[in-house]
Design a binder for this molecule. Sequence first.
Ligand SMILES: [Zn+2]
Length: 305
Amino acid sequence: MIDGHSDTLFRITSSQESLSSNSGHFDLERAKAAGIRLQFMSLFTSQRQAGPALEEILRQIDYFEQQMESCHEMAYLIKSYQDIAANFGQGRIGIILHLEGAEALGQEIFILRTLYRLGVRSMGLTWNNRNLLADGVMDARSEGGLSELGREVVREMNRIGMIVDLAHISPAGFFDVLKSTNRPPIVSHANAAKLCPHPRNLSEEQMVALAKAGGVLGATFVPDFISSSSATVKSLAEHICYMIRIMGEDHVVIGSDFDGTDITVIPGVERLSDLAGELSRTGLNQVAIEKVLKGNYLRILKQLL
Ligand SMILES: [Zn+2]
């Protein structure tokens, strides 16, 4: 299985726990046993100023590197599709480093390139708030899209081969990026607004546009994004079925948000098989389920990395 979003690195850098075994939602030992073969891992900071934000991101990269020294028999860092082709299915977990929000860049595109050289292969332009590149989803009221700098950053991401993640960006920014990018973007973790009207969830119009651009949408396990009353694995599966109806089975993936929130409807990576079971019960065929849990990400990563 492939999971497009977790905040484990952010959590264990502050708790100083290990990547191989810890008390959170995700660690390598449990992920391996659960059948995870590729995991996006976020670098995250709530700092809004470039300097402190960059320092916190570099601290997480350093902690990741330290952890990997003792974990290389369980995991490897993915820098290109060749790394996936050489290792996928052989037991180790491939890790893609993702920067969740571009605050650390400030106005400097060289920092984007430098983070790429350090192994970062995916970036969201914003977290929830407005920054120098675009409006986040919680600042969407003014309907601001991409800034000129934001447009330039998207162009450079396209050029160097950094995945563009549109989770957390405002709707105006979302459509601006679709016009600016020449590579398919991802939305790593969000659900369908039609089934749960949370501001982070995508409208049908966004879902159709994302599929048309060749992108993928990662269904997420956060209860508030699944249902305003009672969120369950069954209602998560309903989001996935709805996304497939709107976008087609080639454009839906999963993005757990493990360790990004206290509670997820699947309580930890060791219980991921609950989702596979629930998807089977919806009547979805095995080919579609395999695409959602693995195949779609493999296809798009081949295109993007
Ligand atoms: Zn997030």
